[in-house]
Design a binder for this molecule. Structure first.
Ligand code: PHE
Length: 483
C-alpha cells in the first residue's frame, strides 16, 4: 500500500474530474480547431460539413477517445508501459512507442508555430496592424525567417528571431510541465481554458455584426455560408471527400493517436466518471471549433470575399486574419491582439499535453524523476525546433510528395506524424483494445463506479469493426489514393 501511495505521489494525478476535463480539453482545443476546422467547414458545404462532423464525433471520435482514456486509467501508466501492462506482455509495447514518437516529432514544430503566434500577438500589441495586414504573405515569410531576394530566391542567412520566439514558447511549456500534473498542467488549464472561452465568446459577440463599407458585404452573409448546408455540386465522391476531411480533422482535433489521452487518462482519479468526462471534452472541443468558425468564416467573407475563404492553415491565421483586422480600422489592433492571445492559450495548452506525453513515457520507462525526464524532452525539442526554424533559410528545400506540395522541414514533420504515423497508431490501438486487451475489460474500466454508459455497444462495434476501416481509408488518402 505504501509503495502504491509513493508511486502516486511521484506520478501525480488530477485533483478531480474537472481538472482532467479542462486539461484534456486544453489539449484537444488547439490550432486544429482554430485554423483547420473553419476552413474545412467553409470549403465542404457549410452546414453539411458540420452535420457530418458531429455525427462522426459522436461515433468514431467518441470510441477512439474512450479506448485511450480507459487504457490509461486502467494501467495508470504512460503509453509504452500501458500497452505492455494491460495484457501483461512486453511485446505490445511497440504500439506505445509509436504513440510516443508522434508527440516527440510534433512537439518541436508545434512550438515553432507557437512562437510565430507569440510574435503576431506582439506585433498587434505594438501597433503593427497595418504592416501585418498590408504585407500579406511576404510579411509573414519575413516573420518566420524566410527572406526572399529580388529575384525571389531564398536567402540562406540564418535568422535567429523566429528561434528566440520558439524558445520563449517551448520554455513556457517546459516550466508548466516541470511543475507536474496538479501544480503545473491542471493549474495552467484551470486558468487558461476559462480565459480562452471568455475571449472567443467576446470576439464572436461583435465579429458577427461587421460590415465592409467598400464591398457592402456583411458578416451575416458569411454566416449563411457557414451554417446553411449547401448541396450545390455535391456528388457521391464529393460527399466522400467531405467525410474524409471530417474524419481526419476529428481525430487530430481530439488529440488521439499520440499517447496524450492515454497519459492524461492515467492521471484521472478512479472515482471520476469517465463517460461524463469524455462527453464534456467532446462538447468542449467541438463547441470551440464551431465558435472559431463563427468568428472566422463570417469576418473573412465580409472583408475578403469568397476568395479569402480558400485560405487555409497558416495563411488563414497569419495572412487572412491580419487583413481582416486591418480592415476593421483602429479597433482591429485591439481585436487582433486579443485574437492572437487566444491562439497562444489554445496552442500552449496543446503543447503542454504533447510535452507531457513524451515526458511521462521517459519517466515510466526509464524510471526517471519528472524534472530529469522533462529536461531531456525539452533539450530534444530545442534541437529539433531549431532545425525546423533553419528549414526556412539555412536548410531550405522544397519537396513535393504524396499530397504535399512545396513543403519545408515543418511540413515533412507534419506529414510523417499526421498523415502517416497517427492513422497507423490509431489502427493498432483499435485492434489492441478490440481484440487483445478486449472491449469487455475496457468497458469495465469505463463503468468502474457503476456509471451508465448507453453507448457501450456502439463503442464495441466502432472499436472492433468500423474505426479500423475508417482509419485505413484515412491512411490510404494520405498517399493520395483517392485523388
Ligand atoms: N488537438 C490539437 C488541435 O486541434 C492538436 C494537437 C496536436 C494537440 C498535437 C496535441 C498534440 O490543434
Amino acid at each position: 500500500m505504501e509503495v502504491l501511495e509513493d508511486q502516486k505521489k511521484t506520478r501525480g494525478s488530477f485533483s478531480n474530474g474537472l481538472g482532467f476535463v479542462l486539461a484534456a480539453a486544453g489539449s484537444a482545443v488547439g490550432l486544429g480547431n482554430l485554423w483547420r476546422f473553419p476552413y474545412l467547414a467553409a470549403k465542404d458545404g457549410g452546414g453539411l460539413f458540420l452535420v457530418v462532423y458531429i455525427v462522426l464525433a459522436l461515433t468514431f471520435g467518441f470510441a477512439l477517445m474512450t479506448a485511450e482514456v480507459a487504457l490509461g486509467r486502467y494501467t495508470q501508466k504512460s503509453p509504452v508501459v500501458a500497452f505492455e501492462q494491460a495484457v501483461n506482455n512486453k511485446k505490445w509495447g511497440f504500439i506505445g512507442w509509436g504513440a510516443t514518437i508522434v508527440p516527440a516529432i510534433i512537439l518541436p514544430y508545434y512550438a515553432v508555430i507557437g512562437g510565430w503566434v507569440c510574435k503576431y500577438a506582439f506585433l498587434f500589441l505594438t501597433g503593427k496592424r497595418t504592416a501585418a495586414a498590408d504585407g500579406g504573405k511576404l510579411y509573414f515569410y519575413d516573420q518566420i525567417g524566410l527572406h526572399l531576394t529580388e529575384t525571389e530566391d531564398v536567402m540562406t542567412n540564418i535568422d535567429v528571431m523566429p528561434m528566440l520566439w520558439f524558445l520563449l514558447f517551448i520554455t513556457a511549456t517546459f516550466i508548466i510541465v516541470y511543475f507536474g500534473v496538479e501544480n503545473g498542467i491542471e493549474k495552467a488549464s484551470k486558468i487558461l481554458m476559462p480565459m480562452l472561452l471568455a475571449i472567443i465568446l467576446f470576439i464572436t459577440g461583435f465579429s458577427l455584426f461587421m460590415k465592409d463599407e467598400e464591398s457592402g458585404r456583411t458578416a451575416m452573409d458569411g454566416l449563411k455560408i457557414y451554417l446553411i448546408p449547401s448541396f450545390e455540386g455535391v456528388t457521391f465522391t464529393g460527399f466522400l471527400s467531405i467525410v474524409l476531411d471530417a474524419m481526419s480533422q476529428l481525430f487530430y482535433s481530439l488529440s488521439l493517436a499520440m499517447g496524450i489521452m492515454i497519459t492524461y487518462g492515467s492521471y484521472m482519479k478512479k472515482e471520476s466518471s469517465m463517460p461524463q468526462s469524455i462527453n464534456q471534452i467532446e462538447i468542449f472541443d467541438t463547441g470551440i471549433a464551431f465558435v472559431a468558425g463563427l468568428i472566422m468564416v463570417p469576418t473573412v467573407y465580409c472583408f475578403l470575399g469568397e476568395e479569402g475563404l480558400s485560405s487555409a492553415g497558416t495563411s488563414l491565421m497569419f495572412v487572412a486574419m491580419p487583413k481582416v483586422f486591418g480592415a476593421m480600422g483602429s479597433f482591429g489592433t485591439f481585436v487582433g491582439s486579443l485574437f492572437f492571445i487566444l491562439v497562444i492559450f489554445a496552442a500552449l495548452t496543446s503543447c503542454i499535453s504533447i510535452m507531457e506525453a513524451v515526458t511521462s513515457t521517459i519517466m515510466d520507462r526509464f524510471n526517471l524523476l519528472r524534472h530529469k525526464a522533462v529536461t531531456i524532452t525539452y533539450i530534444m525539442a530545442i534541437v529539433l525546433g531549431v532545425i525546423v526554424c533553419l528549414g526556412y533559410n539555412k536548410f531550405f528545400f522544397s519537396v513535393s510528395f504524396a499530397n504535399v506540395a512545396g513543403g519545408q522541414i515543418l511540413d515533412v514533420f507534419d506529414w510523417v506524424t499526421n498523415s502517416l504515423l497517427m492513422p497507423i497508431v490509431a489502427i493498432l490501438t483499435c485492434i489492441y483494445v478490440g481484440y487483445v486487451w478486449g472491449t469487455k475489460v475496457a468497458l469495465s474500466e469505463v463503468m468502474l463506479n457503476g456509471e451508465k454508459f448507453p453507448r457501450a455497444k456502439l463503442f464495441e462495434i466502432m472499436t472492433k469493426y468500423v474505426s479500423p476501416v475508417l482509419l485505413a481509408i484515412i491512411l490510404l488518402n494520405s498517399f493520395g489514393v483517392f485523388g
